[in-house]
Design a protein around this ligand. Sequence first.
Ligand code: G3P
Ligand code: MG
Length: 245
Amino acid sequence: MTPIINFAHRGASAACPENTMAAFEKALALGATGIETDVQMTKDGKLVLIHDETLKRTTGAEGLVKDYTYAELSGLDAGSWFGEAFRGEKLPLLDELLELTSSTGTVVNIELKNGVVPYAGLEQQVIETVHRFKMSGQVVISSFNHFSLAACKQIDAEIRTGILYMEGLYNPWDYAQTVKADALHAYRLAVRPEWVAEARAHGIVYHPFTVNSEEEMKALIDAGVAGIITDHPDVLAGLLQAKGV
Ligand code: G3P
Ligand code: MG
């Protein structure tokens, strides 16, 4: 049986400031076998890992990521909002995360955050970066922007993609085939065991997000999901070990 992928959401984001190298390193230390991250593009076309289009919440700076060069952003502190111990954590580049994970076998779920800001050429650049690290087989690209997922498959038919959605998608396994996607990155409440089975029968797997209670994790494991995206990879790692999956 293929092991269930334990995706640390934004890294180990319950223990460390989200989308920082500290959070990614902690995820690996806590037993994550996957890391989910969010990518945006700077004014000078660099791929930077940050959830929001705006800088305020995690760095205190004004304005939008897209209006700054990476040199300007690299001086920001993305750690102290979470805790003084993390002061000085930077906004990482996608390169830095891939460098960390290329030799560990960790699956990297790169979420394209292009639902609000269009970021011309984002798909091409992310895929080129993945190829540069020879990590095509180790990556799942996801997005709420499904045009973007279709574009990824046109660039590289082999790259795995996952459809992000909140609720109410009818027969998502059929829709996944329309988008040529491999996985359903469904909001945790948009998953039912019978749908997981039906998707499997169509060759499509579920990676639900963001699942933080043990009870829900157990139910999803029993339902047959292929991966779970969680803020608590340590809790999930313990469960998977206990269940031998
Ligand atoms: O990729 C799963 C999850 O990260 C999607 O929502 O807002 O946390 O990026 P969000
Ligand atoms: Mg995300």
